[in-house]
Design a binder for this molecule. Structure first.
Ligand SMILES: Cc1ncc(C[n+]2csc(CCOP(=O)(O)OP(=O)(O)O)c2C)c(N)n1
Ligand SMILES: [Mg+2]
Length: 356
């Protein structure tokens, strides 16, 4: 039986349901902004759907699917300025695209190719963090540093519901609160940490309640409503720039895809709940809103989709055209003073791979 979990009540929303729940609007967003946000959503959705196909075709490695997380990513990044810093987890692996990062860079990362290792300074996007929550203190440090230098730049750090049980999350959030760091702590609460449900993750009534312990506001928003996410993040960014310190945003959704390509959720997930989520997925929800508003037509939406597909086709072609990296890279940065055995190991690896 599908059930509405307690975590899903009383969330901030802007987009109605086209029926009993009326549509709202966000002050300060022009029609051009609304369409740009749509383009961002479609780009991320297309990236994600194609990546799953590329994985199945053996063209990228294990891939962390973010289907239906697009509204959380696009809505929040739209509230930032270009100089603000983004600290992604593996779930936000393509978030750099929203800053103009080439698709082939993000795809190369999933291909394990060095051309996917971007310089964070190029995009103000930190490296993708795979260890859960360890980037929260990094983001706090950067934000605090910006404040110490008298800059108005802020940072946003993305993590999941499971990360809020980690020591690194606690340390980063606590320090951000104490130092009033200009930081947005953005939690994608998709109610699962692989196979661990939210109910086994925490005894707190909501994740936003944890913010109280760090002396910062905790806000709860519908993670499938791109405009509500934008508005909540914009508020948090304004607070940060005004010197009022960090904000914790809990964006609530329900994971509608496997954790990653290596996961089979069929034995633990609530399938009916997944079906509901898929029917109400965030890109379609926003498109219907824009159509009701008279801002988007079906043919415009199709054109945007085709553009994104062309970007993906070009991106995978570029990524696959990269020459293989030298295997010496595996060892290169491992030691300041390599042990004598390393030269032998590398020679052996080259022999096995036939790299001479
Ligand atoms: C420190 C650490 N412990 C364990 C893991 C293994 N692991 C990978 S994903 C994951 C679940 C994380 O769930 P959540 O924080 O809710 O993020 P989501 O994947 O749902 O976006 C775990 C435990 C890891 N990557 N890092
Ligand atoms: Mg999760």
């Amino acid at each position: 039986m599908a059930q509405v979990l307690p975590a899903e009540r009383d969330l901030r929303r802007v987009i109605g349901d086209g029926d009993g729940v009326p549509d709202g609007a966000v002050e300060g967003l022009s029609e051009a902004d609304l369409l740009e946000l749509h383009r961002w959503l479609v780009l991320l959705r297309t990236y994600d759907e194609r990546s799953l196909v590329y994985h199945r075709q053996g063209r990228i490695g294990t891939y962390a699917i973010f289907w239906n997380h697009e509204a959380m990513q696009a809505g929040s990044v739209y509230a930032l300025e270009r100089e603000d810093w983004i600290f992604p987890s593996y779930r936000e692996s393509a978030i750099g695209l929203l800053r103009g990062m080439p698709t082939e860079t993000a795809l190369s990362w999933w291909r394990g190719h060095p051309s996917g290792w971007w310089n964070p300074l190029d995009w103000n996007v930190a490296s993708i963090c795979v260890p859960i929550g360890t980037h929260v203190p990094h983001a706090t440090g950067l934000a605090w540093g910006k404040k110490l230098r008298g800059e108005t730049t802020c940072a946003i750090v993305y993590f999941g519901d499971g990360a809020t049980s980690e020591g690194a999350f606690h340390e980063g959030a606590n320090l951000a609160g104490v130092m009033r760091a200009p930081l947005v702590l953005f939690c994608n609460n998709n109610q699962w940490a692989i196979s661990t449900p939210l109910s086994e993750q925490t005894a707190a009534p909501t994740l936003a309640d944890k913010a109280i312990g760090y002396g910062m506001p905790g806000v709860r928003v519908d993670g499938g409503d791109v405009l509500a996410v934008f508005e909540a993040t914009r508020d948090a960014v304004l607070r940060a720039r005004a010197g009022d310190g960090p904000t914790f945003i809990e964006a609530v959704t329900y994971r509608a895809a496997p954790h990653a390509t290596a996961d089979d959720p069929s034995i633990y997930i609530d399938r009916e709940r997944v079906e509901e989520e898929r029917e109400n997925e965030c890109v379609g929800r926003y498109e219907r809103y824009l159509v009701r508003l008279g801002v988007l037509t079906d043919s415009q939406a199709e054109e945007t989709k085709q553009e994104a597909l062309a970007v993906m086709r070009a991106g995978i072609a570029e990524a696959e055209a990269e020459r293989s990296a030298d295997v010496g890279l595996v060892f290169e940065h491992a030691y300041a003073d390599p042990p004598p055995s390393q030269a032998h190991d590398l020679a052996e690896l080259r022999r096995i791979l036939g790299h001479g």
